[in-house]
Write a protein that binds this ligand. Structure first.
Ligand code: 5GP
Ligand code: ZN
Length: 117
């Protein structure tokens, strides 16, 4: 089990690993994905370690709500609010979750593939 001390995204939130941080406030950190899949590809995380959507509890409700609302705010900042964007949370192996710290992908700036595959 990943500990907060060595969790990649915990370390980014604490400033221990460099990232292009675009937002950090009220327990939420957002930073640009290192391997962007669209012109805008931002990851939003709760600063508190939650391993994934499946591990969220009642105590996380406020942070989860803020993640969505912050994503919408960042989409406006990125200039993609009108053209549209996609928010993705991958949970577990079949979804391809590679970092065990809950994160929302904010993707936009081009026509995104539908269906996914
Ligand atoms: P997942 O596949 O778990 O939903 O998404 C993990 C995302 O984190 C991937 O899109 C990957 O490119 C991104 N990522 C992995 N390591 C780093 C890193 O060190 N810095 C940043 N900014 N993004 C990372
Ligand atoms: Zn973490």
């Amino acid at each position: 089990m990943t500990q907060e001390s060595d969790c990649l995204f915990c370390r980014i939130a604490r400033g221990e690993i460099p990232a292009t941080i675009v937002y950090q406030r009220d327990g939420i950190t957002a930073f640009r994905d290192i391997a962007p899949q669209a012109p805008t590809h931002v990851l939003l995380i709760p600063d508190r370690h939650i391993s994934g959507a499946a591990a969220a509890t009642d105590a996380d409700d406020a942070a989860l709500g803020r993640l969505i609302r912050t994503a919408a705010e960042l989409a406006r900042q990125e200039g993609i609010a009108d053209s549209g964007y996609r928010l993705i949370i991958n949970q577990g192996p079949d979804a391809g979750q590679t970092v065990p710290h809950l994160h929302v992908h904010l993707l936009g700036g081009k026509l995104l593939p539908t269906p996914l595959a």
